[in-house]
Ligand binder design. Structure first.
Ligand code: PLP
Length: 382
């Protein structure tokens, strides 16, 4: 079966190809942290390479040391009990984790409820498995939080799971704990699974609280938690993630993982042990930097007359550009050609978001500030 890349991604790809032919572009596009991976994590991989601990395959499930470190972290940070022997699979990035999971979970015709705007990799994974993404449209006025009544209204006999990404990409919304509890109650009542993508869990601001679905009463056996190292530890290039799922599903995921790529890169796995078990002050440092940039970006967007769902988490802002009178794609072309600033149009996150832009905060602060000056100049707000 050939599944074409969704047409709504064409505009993003077009802009990226223009940007690659221009000098001096500042990208506020991709979700790829500018920070360097912390030195103690790099050193752990170097030591493992030097000691000859990376020369062979590991079990498809991942190194036992890493699975144990992940289990300890899940208990410590998330209140989730997970058995490293039977419930945790180390993957080659969260991206592979989500793909393997969806392949193992869905039968043709199964429906998954997904927030919209959305991280569209799930669309492709769901469609390739013969499944159907059912959209849960968010509202800027509601901070792109998720309304449990809307979720319930979309449940059908074919619904298999609810996918929740909090903090969110592209919206930066942190779903309110009381709404998550209400959605968990719905999942129990309708006997549904929940996929909790918690890849941005460490980046929450202004006292917002991240709540892990699998820690709620009655949810452990019906929640699949997806996470990774890319965002928390600035490790996108290391390709390391993990999926926490009930034992039967974990067996299927490990089987497919073994067939696809045998195991996650072994130097990265040793780095992951150091990331989880080592000092966490690097994460606080990253969070403070993103918070500072988030405030600077909000100020620039205010100057330009944009509105946005309040960004309580992650490292993005999803801004409404209606006041410019231009569709977001035209506006992002203009920002690129006149200001040499690359931002993604909302259409990269679903066909309904033609009047939004997603800004990411992943440039060193002085570079981000320069990009914001350019933004103000192009939009006449300087
Ligand atoms: N999930 C979400 C919501 C994301 O935004 C991303 C990356 O941007 C991923 C998963 C996958 O990240 P990685 O494969 O780098 O772990």
């Amino acid at each position: 079966m050939v599944v074409a890349t969704p047409a709504f991604l064409d505009e993003r790809d077009h802009l990226m190809s223009i940007a690659s032919g221009l000098d001096g572009v500042i990208s506020l596009g991709l979700g790829d942290p500018d920070h360097a991976t912390p030195v103690h994590i790099v050193a752990a991989a170097q030591e493992a390479l030097r000691d000859g601990r990376c020369d062979g395959y590991t079990d498809p499930a991942g190194l036992p040391e890493l699975r144990r470190a992940i289990a300890a972290k899940l208990l410590r940070d998330n209140g989730i009990e997970a058995d490293p022997e039977t419930e945790i699979t180390v993957t080659t990035g969260g991206q592979e984790g989500l793909y393997l999971l969806i392949q193992c979970l869905l039968d043709p015709g199964d429906e998954i409820l997904v927030q919209d705007p959305r991280y569209s990799s799930y669309d492709e994974a769901i469609k390739r498995a013969g499944g159907v993404p059912i959209l849960l449209p968010g509202r800027e006025e509601d901070g792109f939080d998720l309304d449990p009544a809307l979720v319930e209204s979309k449940i059908t006999p074919r619904t298999k799971a609810i996918l929740l990404i909090t903090p969110g990409n592209p919206t930066a919304a942190v779903l309110a704990p009381e709404r998550l509890r209400a959605i968990a109650a719905l999942a129990i009542r309708h006997d549904l699974l929940v996929i909790a993508d918690e890849i941005y869990e460490k980046y929450v601001y202004d006292g917002a609280q991240h709540l892990s679905l699998a820690s709620l009463p009655g949810m452990r056996g019906r929640t699949i938690t997806l996470n990774g190292f890319s965002k928390t530890y600035a490790m996108t290039g290391w390709r390391l993630g993990y999926v926490v799922a009930p034992p039967a599903l974990t067996r299927a995921i490990r089987g497919l993982k073994g067939m696809v790529s045998v195991c996650a890169p072994v130097p990265s796995q040793w780095a992951g042990v150091a990331a989880m078990a080592g000092p966490q002050d690097c994460v606080d440092f990253f969070r403070r930097s993103y918070d500072e940039r988030r405030r600077a970006l909000m100020a620039a967007l205010d100057d330009c007359g944009f509105t946005y769902g309040y960004p309580s988490g992650a490292f993005y802002i999803f801004a409404n550009t209606t006041t410019t009178g231009l569709p977001a794609f035209e506006l992002s072309r203009r920002l690129l050609l006149e200001g040499k600033v690359l931002v993604f149009p909302g259409t990269a996150f679903g066909e309904n978001w033609k009047h939004y832009l997603r800004f990411s905060l992943l440039q060193p602060t002085p570079v981000l500030l320069e990009a914001l000056d350019r933004l103000r100049r192009v939009l006449g707000a300087a």
